[in-house]
Ligand binder design. Structure first.
Ligand SMILES: [Zn+2]
Length: 127
């Protein structure tokens, strides 16, 4: 079982894969330290290996592009369902799709940051 935020995942072996680390929101360098200290707040440094998560001011702006890309499929699927399949007016279908999409936003923000960290560290691993 994973420990709480601010700790090291004791079950994550050094040989854990990047995909396992992404799924568990673990450090992109050591795959052991938790990235988040709360639901959205990121640790300044990895509690296990000490690498800095936020490399520069505005670092997570890159995660917004990932979040945007992750948001499009569920948003369009919901819109298409209500507009094309149920034949609702476009404005009503869009409004309902938006309201149903809203609960996904915290998950998308969280995992877009995890994906951004792993993408950035795999391309440029050194500070
Ligand atoms: Zn680490």
């Amino acid at each position: 079982m994973a420990d709480g935020p601010g700790t090291i995942d004791a079950e994550a072996s050094p040989a854990a894969t990047r995909w396992q680390a992404i799924r568990k929101s673990l450090c992109p360098h050591c795959f052991r330290g938790h990235i988040f200290r709360s639901w959205i707040a990121v640790h300044e440094r990895c509690p296990a290996c000490g690498i800095r998560f936020q490399r520069e001011p505005g670092y997570f702006v890159g995660a917004m592009y990932i979040s945007y890309g992750l948001s499009l499929p569920p948003g369009f699927l919901l819109l298409a369902f209500f507009w094309l399949l149920l034949d609702w007016p476009f404005e009503r279908a869009g409004a309902v799709a938006f309201l149903l999409y809203l609960p996904l936003v915290p998950f998308l923000v969280r995992y877009s940051r995890v994906l951004w960290l792993h993408l950035d560290r795999s391309v440029d691993p050194y500070d």
